[in-house]
Ligand binder design. Structure first.
Ligand code: HEC
Ligand code: HEC
Length: 248
């Protein structure tokens, strides 16, 4: 018994070392991205691919109306994976994003790494969703304080806490779990519907489909309302929601 415990824990240690070294390799030492080429693709496009900034914004913070996500600092390995999944038919968006597979196919593997490295190098102020104007224009917007409960604790017996995988307030846990905090509201709502009806199915081990199938429409609007402006650290209280569920 004792022996097998030791074996188990040294196995876990090995996994931890492997995971942390792969994070290191992909995010720091071996960031295999040519920023100049990434910038050229982002600002000018390539072949049939229109300049990424047309829809994802000059600073990479996304476009609400179009459902185009923030790409800025979302996580280098995650962006590379999405572009590869889009190019190879594992992710097939509808709506304004239906052009993404064709665009991703215009990029070589190196181009994808370059553009991912470029958007991961941005260092601008967050441009958060304007929930009030969304509400005023008739979009259903959820309640932040209800969403915060799901992000932190999940739904008892049904949904795991989002932060157990995505990190505190969805700030991301590379290489697998993308940043979902401070992502655009419309995009978050769209993706949660896509995971729920399995029209997006490129999640490893079906992790997100298993989560989303137990979310109601209200849950989706509530988590998206909270996440779209959630502070990234416990000390970052710019939007006043940390520790005070009543602040809207
Ligand atoms: C015509 C508008 C448009 C252009 C131009 C465009 N995108 Fe997109 N992109 C979208 C939309 C909309 C989505 C959301 C797709 C969905 O709903 O699944 C998206 C999704 C993505 C995603 C997935 C992000 C995530 O969080 O999973 C990546 C990565 C991406 N685009 C990269 C790029 C790159 C790189 C370029 C330039 C080569 C580019 N896009 C050009 C509209 C665009
Ligand atoms: C068991 C781990 C796990 C939990 C818990 C989890 N997620 Fe995820 N989530 C993932 C993984 C893995 C991905 C990346 C899928 C991929 O590679 O395309 C993801 C992706 C997403 C995306 C897409 C991000 C993008 O840029 O397109 C959204 C949105 C999301 N999760 C929201 C949530 C919400 C909201 C919760 C809580 C209700 C949650 N997740 C809980 C594992 C998890």
């Amino acid at each position: 018994m004792r022996k097998s415990m030791i074996k188990f824990s040294s196995g876990m240690a090995l996994v931890a070392v492997l995971v942390s070294s792969s994070v290191f390799a992909s995010e720091e030492s071996a960031m295999p991205g040519d920023l100049a080429n990434g910038k050229k693709i982002f600002t000018e496009g390539k072949g049939a691919a229109v300049a990424c900034m047309t829809c994802h914004g000059e600073t990479g913070w996304g476009t609400e109306a179009m459902g185009a996500p923030r790409l800025a600092n979302l996580g280098y390995p995650y962006i590379v994976k999405q572009l590869t999944d889009l190019a190879e038919g594992r992710r097939v968006p509808s709506g304004a994003g239906a052009v993404m597979p064709l665009f991703a196919q215009q990029l070589t593997e190196q181009d994808r790494r370059d553009v991912a490295a470029y958007v991961n190098s941005f260092n601008t102020q967050p441009e958060l969703s304007d929930l009030k104007s969304l509400k005023d224009s008739g979009t259903p917007v959820g309640e932040k304080y209800l969403g915060q409960v799901i992000v932190k604790y999940g739904v008892l017996g049904k949904v795991s806490a989002c932060q157990s995988c995505h990190g505190y307030n969805g700030r991301g846990a590379a290489p697998i779990f993308p940043v979902i905090g401070q992502q655009k509201y419309t995009y978050l709502v769209n993706q949660l519907h896509n995971w729920r009806d399995a029209s997006r199915a490129n999640d490893p081990y079906g992790m997100m489909r298993a989560i989303a199938k137990n979310l109601t429409d209200d849950d989706i609007n509530n988590v998206a309302a909270y996440l779209s402006s959630a502070p990234r650290t416990t000390g970052d209280t710019r939007d006043g929601t940390t520790g005070n569920p009543k602040a809207q």
